[in-house]
Design a protein around this ligand. Structure first.
Ligand SMILES: Nc1ncnc2c1ncn2[C@@H]1O[C@H](COP(=O)(O)OP(=O)(O)OP(=O)(O)O)[C@@H](O)[C@H]1O
Ligand SMILES: [Mg+2]
Length: 627
């Protein structure tokens, strides 16, 4: 076959292969156009999962009559003019590819009216890029794009489409993702006669909260914290789920860069790392986060569907995300509810909820790693008395919070003496205000502390809470002490790649701070001369290899700290107060006060919750009081 220029409709169909995979991708492109046009209201009407019809109507700036044909032509855009524009692009579109691609695989009609035009104009496109003159039509200011019979002329693509329901689910997912980054726009979605979404524009934080709750579920809203932090020209804001609201799948993770939803390995890695110390094994964090960064620092032209971006300073971004989230999660403290996110009215909390204060200012306060050794010793002494070689807590807490069995007569009899025997609430040492976790009133089964606070009843898993406190103390005292290093009797030599060896030199100071001493022997050989004494029995060779590969890929690694933390966590677990150990009321109160002071005290070292609140209202409901 001789070389021939392809006809333009075939060029468009080839481009459509990348841009238009299914109805959901059409909706994504059209919504992005409506947003770029400055719309404040967008209506989406779908028939048969989008395969039969997708109609999107907006009230944006419209397309002038004379530009309608251009809008449908390949490589025609109003959004950039030069390479420089591309490098600073702030709009969602920039390729001038979406409309002609969609038109080449469907029957499309564009109707539009601009502000200064009395009349709307309409143009049909059969994908051939030969346009008749636009025809007059009645249309309010804005644009309607009507896409019918998707893939009618590409049977191979049509065959790959799933059921109407599945296609609609994908499409709805796209609408939800886009709605989350455009709070100011009213968005409605109808499937046939059914209204699926009707989102009001959100002007204030409360409205944004409502939208997040509507899309991510009220439980996420209730158990998340809001953060808003800016540093080094980067801004991160949004909602992050508390570790106790983790998911079995990574299905509630929305990350936007300058308003564009993206998937990115650097981001996922940084977020996972931030949660690593508080998340229950195998669980996934939930978040809706927005990163704002100067447009020239991110390349949005990295993927045909624009789902991926490339950060020009990937390490900086990784570090910023990790630190900000890590700190936000560390700052979670039991506190009053005044800053807790508003729960939409349809929410009926049916279980005890966790309520935390979210405080963005706190993010500015560096965590003090400087707890004097004497204070640590004092803490250990207080708990020394609690210390006992009792049975470790087993089934009751191993699987997290277990369902309460119904109270049997026997149980009530057994418990009654202990509860009544408890000492009166000790408020003498307080300033008159009840602290967030309140004052201890009793201990239950040697496992739980019951305390009374302003809200009602607080139940604390004693071992889980103490374990976290001990762990955080150990971590801090180790950080204070500088990591102790121990020379290896026989230095261990590692064969590595040249890149890895370069990396070991570049990061030699980092390794040194963590107690390692690495020497480069040859272009492809590194020797380990000293290791942190805490890790002397670990597989240091594997650890160093893993750290080098992290450093090469992400520019940072938390592996050494994580490995040390794991050991400290085990020490904390063994060193913590056990089940079936009776505490006095002052001991219990000391533990509660310590929880209020300790970072991440809402979860034990394994990510299980350490305490829960039952409000008087919730208790009243149990007894049908006031009904
Ligand atoms: N809803 C709309 N309101 C106003 N103008 C629109 C609308 N949709 C498209 N346009 C105009 O048509 C042009 C072509 O749209 P198209 O989506 O094909 O390309 P793009 O948005 O510029 O880039 P990309 O291919 O990256 O989406 C846009 O640049 C814009 O000027
Ligand atoms: Mg576009």
């Amino acid at each position: 076959m001789s070389i021939k220029q392809l006809p333009s409709h075939l060029v468009n169909q080839i481009a459509a292969g990348e841009v238009v995979e299914r109805p959901a991708s059409v909706v994504k492109e059209l919504l992005e156009n409506s947003i770029d046009a400055g719309s404040t209201k967008i209506e989406i009407d779908i028939e048969q999962g989008g395969v039969k019809r997708i109609r999107i109507r907006d009230n944006g700036k419209g397309i002038p009559k004379g530009e309608l044909a251009l809008a449908l032509s390949r490589h025609a855009t109003s959004k950039i003019e030069s390479l420089d524009d591309l490098e600073h692009v702030a709009s969602l579109g920039f390729r001038g590819e979406a409309l002609p691609s969609i038109a080449s695989v469907s029957r499309m009609t564009v109707s539009s009216r601009t502000e200064d035009c009395e009349q709307g104009w309409q143009l049909m496109d059969d994908g051939q890029e030969i346009f008749s003159d636009p025809e007059p039509t009645a249309h309010a200011k804005g644009t309607t794009i009507d896409v019918r019979d998707l893939f009618y002329n590409v049977p191979a693509r049509r065959k790959f489409l799933k059921t109407e329901n599945t296609e609609f689910k994908h499409l709805q997912d796209v609408v939800q993702k886009i709605s989350l980054s455009n709070f100011q726009i009213a968005i409605s979605l109808r499937h046939g006669q059914r209204s699926v979404l009707a989102l009001q524009p959100a002007k204030e934080k409360a409205g944004a909260d409502r939208r997040v709750a509507e899309i991510c579920g009220p439980a996420f809203m209730e158990q998340s914290l809001y953060l808003d932090y800016e540093a080094a020209g980067l801004k991160l804001w949004g909602w992050v789920g508390l570790p106790t609201f983790s998911r079995s799948q990574a299905d509630l993770q929305y990350f936007y860069v300058n308003g564009r939803i993206i998937r990115d390995r650097i981001v996922t890695h940084a977020v996972r790392q931030a949660y690593s110390d508080v998340l229950y094994h195998g669980r996934h964090p939930a978040y809706v986060l927005f990163l704002e960064i100067a447009p020239e620092k991110v390349d949005v032209n990295a993927h045909p569907t624009k789902h991926e971006v490339r950060f020009r300073e990937a390490r900086l971004v990784h570090d910023f995300l990790y630190r900000t989230l890590h700190q936000a999660l560390a700052d979670v403290r039991p506190n009053d509810t005044q800053d807790a996110p508003e729960i939409p009215s349809q929410q009926q909390p049916n279980s005890a909820s966790f309520q935390y204060q979210t405080n963005q200012q706190k993010l500015n306060i560096p965590v003090s790693n400087n707890i004097p050794a004497s204070q640590v010793a004092e803490q250990m002494a207080i708990y020394g008395r609690m210390h006992e070689a009792g049975n470790p807590i087993t089934a009751a807490t191993a699987e997290g919070v277990t369902r309460q069995p119904p109270l049997s007569d026997d149980f009530v009899k057994r418990m009654a003496p202990q509860v009544t025997a408890a000492m009166p609430v000790d408020t003498s040492s307080s300033t008159g205000e009840t602290p967030p976790l309140g004052f201890a009133v009793a201990q239950l089964h040697g496992i739980y502390i019951l305390a009374e606070n302003a809200e009602g009843l607080v139940v604390v898993d004693m071992h889980a809470a103490h374990e976290r406190i001990t762990y955080e103390h150990l971590k801090k005292s180790m950080a204070n002490d500088n990591v102790r290093s121990q020379p290896m009797l026989v230095p261990q030599s590692l064969a590595v790649s040249q890149k890895e060896a370069d990396c070991s030199e570049e990061f030699s100071e980092t390794f040194q701070k963590l107690g390692f001493e690495l020497n480069r022997l040859s272009p492809e050989q590194v020797t380990i001369r000293a290791v942190p004494s805490l890790l002397k029995d670990s597989n240091v060779e594997q650890l160093v290899r893993d750290v080098l590969s992290d450093l090469l890929e992400h520019g940072s690694s938390q592996r050494i700290e994580q490995e040390m933390n794991e050991i400290l966590s085990t020490m904390a677990c063994h060193g913590s107060v056990r089940a079936n150990h009776r505490l006095t009321i002052p001991e219990m109160n000391a533990l509660l006060r310590d929880m209020e002071r300790t970072e991440r005290s809402g979860q034990c070292n394994h990510g299980r919750p350490t305490w829960t609140q039952m409000s008087i209202d919730q208790l009243d409901k149990l007894f049908m009081r006031g009904q």
